[in-house]
Design a protein around this ligand. Structure first.
Ligand code: GAR
Length: 200
């Protein structure tokens, strides 16, 4: 079975959705490790509740990004990790991890990329007044949310939508789409998963 490391910085709800899917057999992979760059983040509590080992590691303790990522890389290698899944990991991935896991790092982003990359994609969509936004899953490259798109799902922005209500809608989609797409990828169906879903 393939071994996955999830990288998260915040609440970890996508990490939990992936872990639950794996534990229930919907996702035929092992979520072997959580890597969290924010000590105290709720993702770490979720890992404990789920019985998944966590590497909590702050970049502040390292002289460079390369040194920080090297520490993560050694942990991934020691656990034979096959793939890295970013779930609300709010940092660019550097060459140390990119070169070792080329084509094996994916990310989920709460907009229809290339629209609204970077931070606060939901706030950006609301400020722009769009009537449709969504979720994108993509391969990670050296840019900010710029890698090749694997799958996306549209989410309608209703009249009077608030940040909270829109975030709730988007996260509900994320929690089902991410395990589903990861399962397809692990089965070698990269081409098959280039689909779009419409949600109203
Ligand atoms: C998710 O909505 C994810 O799409 C977003 O952060 C949230 C993390 O929530 N990621 C980005 O904005 C990446 N640019 P979670 O910690 O509850 O999974």
């Amino acid at each position: 079975m393939k071994k996955i490391a999830v990288l998260a910085s915040g609440s970890g709800s996508n990490f939990q959705a992936l872990a639950v899917a794996a534990q229930s057999g919907i996702l035929k992979a092992e979520i072997s490790l959580l890597v969290c760059d924010k000590p105290g983040a709720f993702a770490v509590d979720r890992a404990e509740m789920l019985g998944i080992p966590a590497l909590v590691i702050s970049p502040k303790g390292y002289p460079s990004k390369a040194a920080y990522e090297e520490e993560i890389l050694q942990k991934l290698i020691s656990l034979d990790i096959d793939m890295i899944v970013l779930a609300g990991y709010m940092r660019l991935i550097g060459p140390t991890l990119l070169n070792s896991y080329e084509g094996k790092i994916i990310n989920i982003h709460p907009s229809l990329l290339p629209a609204f990359p970077g931070k606060d994609a939901i706030g950006q969509a609301l400020a722009a007044g769009v009537d449709t936004t969504g979720v994108t899953i993509h391969y990670v490259d050296e840019g900010m949310d710029t890698g090749p798109i694997i799958a996306s799902a549209a989410v309608r922005v209703a009249a009077g939508e608030t940040r909270e209500s829109l975030q709730k809608k988007i996260q509900r989609i994320e929690h089902s789409l991410y395990p589903e797409v990861l399962e397809e990828l692990l089965n070698g169906k990269e081409e098959a998963v280039k689909w779009e879903k419409s949600v109203h």
